[in-house]
Design a protein around this ligand. Structure first.
Ligand SMILES: [Zn+2]
Length: 288
């Protein structure tokens, strides 16, 4: 399967990049102090093991890839993975099999699936102006995975049947069937329902707050995500953003919700850029 090959190549590359991390002084933001108590965390995770979570996410990723193929630009796919994997190293779940993909679609959107599969459309990438904006969007999606928002929403949609369906994945795995092979019809319809209906507004606001923390911790300008939200606001009414708008609170209300947090915690980091890190940490380095 084409997707599996692409994924393997990406994982091999990501492993390479993972060894090239560096510590950043001064960015000791405490995620837990800034985010809310995390009402969904634990609720879904008590019942679903991490391998099951990853399996569900792989199934959901193939549903997404059935709707839009990966963009045929290896350098771009590699780059988005490099940025995304670096961001995940600043989180409490760095060891998930994170995978980032650019979907070839004019629709302006980004998606996350349980277990660490994250997709951004080429339509959304074309609206961005900087790596900080990309990092802001990817961090928002990473936060959904960390908080298991989709898993909780699927559990809610599937009711009691959800856990039985998840258990069937485990049975299949024990029988040597491997993860992510065939998900039940119920699970797939639950996923589709969540994709079409979207998550709770509260989960979206939480992912915005956490996303800004993750991007800032990684050395990016915290205003990357708010800048994208401003761009989205300007696209209101376009058919390219209709799914995004129907599944998320309006960009305006997201910006409003973020404004208090931004002013009190992040102004200090505004304008920081990963590319300036060397200068920051080696101020006496050679001048060109
Ligand atoms: Zn979201």
């Amino acid at each position: 399967m084409k997707y599996a090959r692409a994924k393997l190549a990406v994982l091999a590359l990501s492993a390479l990049f993972a060894t090239q991390t560096w510590a950043i002084g001064g960015f000791n933001l405490d995620l837990n102090k800034i985010i809310s108590a995390g009402k969904n965390l634990g609720e879904a995770s008590k019942d679903v093991s991490e391998p099951e979570e990853i399996s569900i996410g792989e199934g959901m990723a193939s549903v997404l890839l059935g709707a839009a193929p990966l963009a045929k630009n290896e350098a771009l796919q590699r780059y988005v993975n490099q940025v995304g994997r670096y961001l995940t190293l600043q989180t409490e779940r760095p060891d998930l099999p994170w995978y980032f993909g650019v979907l070839d679609s004019n629709s302006v959107n980004a998606f996350a699936t349980p277990g660490g599969h994250i997709f951004v459309t080429s339509g959304l990438l074309r609206k961005m102006r900087s790596e900080a904006e990309l990092a802001g969007v990817l961090s928002h999606e990473i936060a959904h995975v960390l908080r298991k928002h989709h898993l909780a929403a699927m559990k809610k949609a599937g009711g009691m049947g959800f856990l039985a369906d998840v258990a069937s994945i485990a049975v299949e795995q024990k029988g040597g069937g491997g993860y992510g092979k065939e998900l039940s019809k119920n699970l797939i319809s639950g996923m589709k329902e969540v994709m079409v209906r979207g998550l709770d507004k509260g989960d979206e606001y939480e992912a915005d707050r956490m996303g800004i923390v993750i991007a800032t911790r990684s050395g990016y300008d915290p205003y990357g995500l708010p800048a994208v939200l401003q761009t989205l606001e300007g696209l209101s009414g376009s058919s390219d953003v209709s799914l995004l708008f129907s599944t998320h609170p309006s960009p305006d209300s997201r910006l409003d919700t973020l404004s208090g947090l931004m002013q009190s915690n992040f102004d200090h980091y505004q304008g920081q850029s990963v590319s300036d890190r060397f200068r920051h940490l080696v101020p006496n380095g050679a001048k060109n």
